[in-house]
Write a protein that binds this ligand. Sequence first.
Ligand code: PEP
Ligand code: MN
Length: 341
Amino acid sequence: MDIIVLKRGATEEEMRHVVKKLESRGLRVNISAGTERTIIGVIGDTSKVTEEEEDSIRAASGVENVVRILKPYKLASREFKRENTEIDVRGVLIGGKKIPVMAGPCAVENKTVLTAIAEKVKAGGAAFLRGGAYKPRTSPYSFQGLGEEGLEYLAEAREKSGLPIVTEIMDPRDLDVIVRYADIIQIGARNMQNFRLLLEVGSAQKPVLLKRGLSSTIKEWLMSAEYIMSRGNHQVMLCERGIRTFETATRNTLDLSAVPVLKQLTHLPVVVDPSHGVGKRDLVAPMTKAAVAAGADALIIEVHTNPEEAMSDGDQSLKPEQFEQLMRELGAVARAVGREI
Ligand code: PEP
Ligand code: MN
């Protein structure tokens, strides 16, 4: 026995009754109180629990189900939840038939440029505006992002374009301010195993886009999703953005096999970021099409009105007309695999 799912509306007393039973067997619990329902994760050697005891827990008032899960990630696993998770962000569904596209600059640079990019990606058919206000840069001397000012510009661009916004968190100390502005909180590749940050974001009730670490295995990535979910935030999407390999022709190696692998292992939506995956503008469109063919549930693509002058990731940013053309071409690929753009 590993996970106990409580019924919707189960009372505190019903929960405590189950917890007491488990604790009397020398087990510990993790209570994940989501918006939909509460889940009790059982920690310790559950082999000590006999089948009769398990049945009596299953029959206890307030309990919907008891599930045994062999994988180290529990709440994230397909064993725990068969149906795909759909995340509703301001009425845009991620994980359904339609594949929403998140597009925008790598970094929020100033109000004018952001507003112009938002208009362009909206016209191209994007469903979200992306843009970093807190940027993880390799060099401390590179542009680090505008901070809260950048978040304000994103909120204004959302107001004007109607596009919900995706933006990155780097530090738990910024959580409150980011939660006030963002519709989806991005955890970047470099922070995939920043466990304190994962736990903090797990306490927020905001959808999270969790990028794959630079050299992380799929199992490690799912364990990071589990950190977030263990705190009650079950609105997690996983974003493949390329991994480190020996290959230098592209910035990273976009591991598209991760998409069908994740579809087997987890119920969470899978997002693909071809921009960071390849690092070169001309390679973004073919890999975006491949991502859709592989089964991606959403895409995140960097677009800039003047990529040559961009303050970060200009080389991989599409020009608006390239983005528009890609969006037009993607429809046929999506239809071929039973999806829509
Ligand atoms: C980004 O989205 O601009 C970014 C920094 O991505 P990653 O964390 O995947 O490098
Ligand atoms: Mn970037």
